[in-house]
Write a protein that binds this ligand. Structure first.
Ligand code: GLN
Length: 465
C-alpha cells in the first residue's frame, strides 16, 4: 500500500500555493532575490520517520529559527539562572527587531526577538569567547540536531552584515544597559552568522522533532537537549515564537512554533511530531504567509492543537484475575483463594494513568464498602501483579505514586510481583524504605512461578496471562 500521508502533504502544499500574499524579505539582498515559487513541507515523527512534499531539498538560511536552538545552547553553557537574569520570558508584542528592553530589569523581553537572541548568542561558550568559537559551537550543535553537517551561507552573511545598522544599534543598546559585556559588534556579527546557517525543511523538521521528543534525537536516540531546557524553549516558542502574532498563532494553530524571515516556520508538538514549512513570502510581522496557512490547515485537519486534550488517561489500567493451579511448590496460603490479580498499565504513563492504577488498587484490594459493589473484591488475593510490559515510560510523578503504592502494599504483607522487562519502574533497592521489595521479573511465566511455585498454571480470564 502507498502511504496516504505524502499525498496529504502535497494537498496541503497545493491548497496554500495560490496565496500570493506577502513579499520576500527586502532588507537582506540575497533573501530579496529568493525564488518565491519554491515551497516545501515536512513532518518528522518522534521515532524519526520523515514525510515531505515539494522542494524539500532546497536550502535557505535558518534566520530567526536559530534563536530557539541557540537559547537552548545558552542555557547549557551559562546555566538557566544566568540566562534568566539576562533575558526575560514575556511576549513583547513588538516587532522582532524592536529596540526595546523590559522596564525595571533592562532585560530584553524574550529570546525570540533580536535583542534577546543577540544576548543569548553572547552567552554561548562564555561571555569572553570569540566569534569563531561561538560559531563553531552553534554550527556543531545545529548539525547534530539536523543529523548532517550544516554550513554558513557566506553570501547571506555578507548581505545582512552590509545593512546591519539596526541590529548593531540593538547590540550597543544591550552593552549600554549592562546586559552584554562583550564587544557589541562581535556579538551582532556572531548572531548574523548564526542566522545565515543553511538548512532545508527536512533538517528543520528533524530539529523540531528533537524538541517534540523531549530532547532525544529521534534517529540516534541520544539526549541532545536536556528535558528541562526543552520545556523552557517550547514555552517561549509558544508565547513569543511568532512575535506580535503570538496570540493569534496559539489560538488558531496551537503548537509551539518559530518563524524566520527566509520564509521557514518550525512547529513542535510535544510527544507527537516536528513540523517544518517553507515559502519565502512573509507578512508584515515577518512570518511566511503560505507557511502560516499550511500550519493552520495541518493543525485543523490533523488535530494538532495542543489544547485538544486526548482521552488516553481513561483506558490505561486493565484489571484481570487468574486462578493458579498446582505447581511444584505450594507457596500460597490456605485462605488466599489462589487468586492472582493482575493490574496492567499501557503506554506513556503520567499522573492520570498512575491515579487510575492507585484508584483501582485502593478500591479492589481494600476493605469492601457496602455502598460500592465490587470494592474489596480481591482483598485476599494470594498475589498481586503489576504488568508494565506494555508501558513505554513513567514520568516522575507516575513513578513516585506507583512506588508509594508498592511500599504500602508490601507493608500490608502482600505478595507483589512486577513484570517490567524494560525497567521503567526504576525501583531503587538502596532507597526503598524499611527494606521491603517487590519481586521484579521479565515476563508472565516468571511471575506465575514466583507466586504459585515453579510450573504452576494459571486459569485466567486474561488469555495473555
Ligand atoms: N537575521 C534576521 C534579523 O536579525 C533574522 C530575523 C528573522 O528571521 N525574523 O533581522
Amino acid at each position: 500500500m502507498k502511504s496516504p500521508i505524502p499525498d496529504y502533504l502535497h494537498h496541503v502544499l497545493e491548497t496554500a500555493r495560490p496565496n500570493e500574499g506577502g513579499a520576500a524579505a527586502d532588507y537582506i539582498e540575497t533573501l530579496a532575490n529568493a525564488d518565491t515559487s519554491k515551497m516545501a513541507i515536512c513532518l518528522s515523527m518522534v521515532d524519526g520517520n520523515v514525510y515531505s512534499a515539494g522542494d524539500d531539498k532546497i536550502e535557505f538560511s535558518i534566520q530567526s529559527i536559530s534563536k530557539a536552538f541557540v537559547y537552548a545552547i545558552a542555557i547549557e553553557d551559562a546555566g538557566l539562572d544566568q540566562v534568566l537574569s539576562k533575558i526575560g520570558v514575556e511576549p513583547s508584542g513588538d516587532r522582532f527587531n524592536q529596540l526595546s528592553l523590559e522596564r525595571n530589569t533592562n532585560r530584553p523581553m524574550n529570546p525570540m526577538i533580536n535583542a534577546g537572541a543577540i544576548t543569548a548568542h553572547s552567552l554561548v561558550v562564555s561571555p569572553t569567547a570569540t566569534l569563531d568559537q561561538r560559531t563553531e559551537r552553534i554550527l556543531n550543535a545545529l548539525s547534530r540536531l539536523a543529523g548532517r553537517q550544516l554550513h554558513v551561507d557566506e553570501e547571506v552573511y555578507q548581505a545582512e552584515l552590509k545593512d546591519a545598522d539596526r541590529n548593531m544599534a540593538i547590540g550597543y543598546m544591550l552593552k549600554a544597559a549592562g546586559i552584554i559585556t562583550c564587544d557589541p559588534q562581535e556579538a551582532v556579527r556572531g548572531y548574523i552568522r548564526q542566522c545565515a546557517i543553511n538548512v532545508n525543511v527536512q533538517d528543520l523538521a528533524m530539529m523540531s522533532a528533537v524538541l517534540a521528543n523531549a530532547g532525544v534525537h529521534p534517529v540516534s536516540n541520544e539526549q541532545i537537549i536536556p528535558q528541562t531546557s526543552v520545556r523552557q524553549v517550547l514555552s517561549v516558542m509558544t508565547t513569543c515564537g511568532m512575535y506580535d502574532a503570538a496570540g493569534d498563532w496559539v489560538s488558531s494553530v496551537g503548537f509551539p512554533a518559530k518563524s524566520g524571515v527566509a520564509g521557514a516556520i518550525i512547529g513542535a508538538l510535544p510527544g507527537q511530531v516536528g513540523i517544518a514549512t517553507f515559502s519565502p513570502k512573509i507578512d508584515e510581522r515577518g512570518n511566511s504567509v503560505r507557511g502560516v496557512a499550511m500550519c493552520q490547515q495541518l493543525s485543523r485537519e490533523m488535530g494538532l492543537h495542543m489544547m485538544d486534550a486526548s482521552h488516553v488517561a481513561r483506558s490505561t489500567v486493565q484489571t484481570s484475575v487468574s486462578t493458579l493451579v498446582e505447581g511444584e511448590h505450594k507457596t500460597h496460603n490456605g485462605s488466599c483463594k489462589r487468586e492472582v490479580v493482575v493490574f496492567k498499565l499501557r503506554g506513556a504513563v503520567r499522573f492520570p494513568g498512575a491515579e487510575r492504577l492507585t484508584r483501582a488498587l485502593a478500591r479492589e484490594l481494600g476493605q469492601p464498602d457496602p455502598l460500592d459493589e465490587g470494592s474489596g473484591s480481591h482483598a485476599d488475593a494470594c498475589g498481586i501483579v503489576f504488568s508494565f510490559r506494555d508501558v513505554f515510560s513513567l514520568n516522575f510523578i507516575a513513578r513516585r505514586l506507583i512506588h508509594e503504592n508498592i511500599a504500602r502494599l508490601l507493608k500490608e504483607g502482600k505478595v507483589l510481583v512486577i513484570i517490567d522487562p524494560s525497567e521503567v519502574l526504576e525501583w531503587d533497592k538502596a532507597k526503598a524504605k524499611d527494606g521491603r521489595h517487590p519481586k521484579v521479573v521479565d515476563n508472565e511465566k516468571e511471575a506465575r512461578d514466583y507466586i504459585g511455585g515453579t510450573g504452576c498454571q494459571a486459569v485466567s480470564q486474561d488469555p495473555e496471562w
